[in-house]
Ligand binder design. Structure first.
Ligand code: CP
Ligand code: NVA
Length: 307
């Protein structure tokens, strides 16, 4: 399957077959790395990485992925680039495209990523916007597949904020044939356009559901997922949000209502004691560090496929 030259901006741009291709490739590259088999598919290639928000996992895993692929990654923060002094994104896009082989961008506005992709004639990868986090959701699918052996038919229950993370999980789950049940407090629901899009993408629209009561939502779920109550850029709302999200925490009591062998996921960074308890995060059902590791393998697959 040839995905060369494709942007990786939202998972909705990919078919179920294409996502499976990326997951199989991630599995293959993970196997090679574990066995010490070189996989320098991108020798001499460069990935520009623009970060307008903080990052541990995305930055480090993409940088290491490029290294393993035999190429290099260039970390560019807002203050390093002339963007910080007002140079238009469309000019930056065209200049970077003359030097590099791909651009990863983490920023606030999703439109900015679309604009960058419009002007850069090299693949653009979305490393998180206020609306989506597709590279994380691909790594999550890999993690679920590894732990459960399948994706189709599994129930994933997301409890917490209706943010970028749940948007990407809704899209990923719908394409892969999962049941995705989302439980958020009133006023913090996912964007209804994204929910509609997921319902359109799903074979059965009824499998994409919003259920206010988290205890109801997690019943028999094989995957429990949560994310921070206040995302990057929402720090000032943190106190108000803490009150609103009370009861939307993944704790032992909630976990007991899920399937017996349910796995617990979190994209990290986590705020222990808020959206997840320390006990659950450190407990036997938590796969959060496998999930974090899989960012590396999933990113390598994205890079290998599109660049
Ligand atoms: N999950 C994730 O994207 O982590 P970082 O913000 O550390 O990149
Ligand atoms: N929703 C979080 C995800 C961090 C990886 C944020 O946007 O800050």
């Amino acid at each position: 399957m040839d995905l060369k030259g494709r942007d990786f901006i939202t998972l909705a741009d990919f078919s179920e077959k294409e996502l499976w291709h990326l997951l199989e490739l991630a599995k293959e590259l993970k196997g090679k790395q574990k066995k010490g088999i070189p996989h320098e598919l991108h020798r001499g290639k460069t990935l520009a990485m623009i970060f307008q928000k903080s990052s541990t996992r995305t930055r480090v895993s993409f940088e290491v992925a490029m290294h393993h692929l035999g190429g290099q990654a260039m970390f560019l923060s807002k203050k390093d680039l002339q963007i910080g002094r007002g140079e238009p994104l469309q000019d930056t896009a065209r200049v970077l495209a003359r030097y590099c082989d791909g651009i990863l961008i983490r920023t606030y506005s999703h439109q900015e990523v679309l604009d960058l992709a419009k002007y850069a004639d090299i693949p653009v990868i979305n490393g998180l916007t206020d609306d989506y986090h597709p590279t994380q959701a691909l790594a999550d699918m890999l993690t679920i597949w590894e732990h459960k052996g399948v994706l189709k038919g599994l129930k994933l229950a997301y409890v917490g904020d209706g943010n970028n993370m749940v948007h990407s999980l809704l899209i990923a789950g719908a394409i892969m044939g999962m049941e995705v049940v989302v439980s958020c407090p009133e006023g913090y629901l996912p964007d209804e356009n994204v929910v509609r899009k997921a319902q359109e993408l799903a074979e059965d629209a009824a499998k994409i559901k919003i259920i206010g009561n988290p205890r109801e939502a997690v019943k028999n779920a094989q995957v429990l997922y949560t994310d921070v109550w206040a995302s990057m850029g929402q720090e000032e709302e943190a106190a108000v949000r803490r009150k609103a999200f009370c009861g939307y925490q993944i704790n032992s009591e909630l976990l007991a209502l899920a399937a017996k062998d349910a796995i617990v996921m979190h994209c990290l960074p986590a705020h222990r004691g808020e959206e997840i308890t320390d006990e659950v995060m450190e407990g036997p059902q938590s796969v959060v560090f496998d999930e974090a590791e899989n960012r590396l393998h999933a990113h390598k697959a994205i890079l290998a496929a599109v660049m």
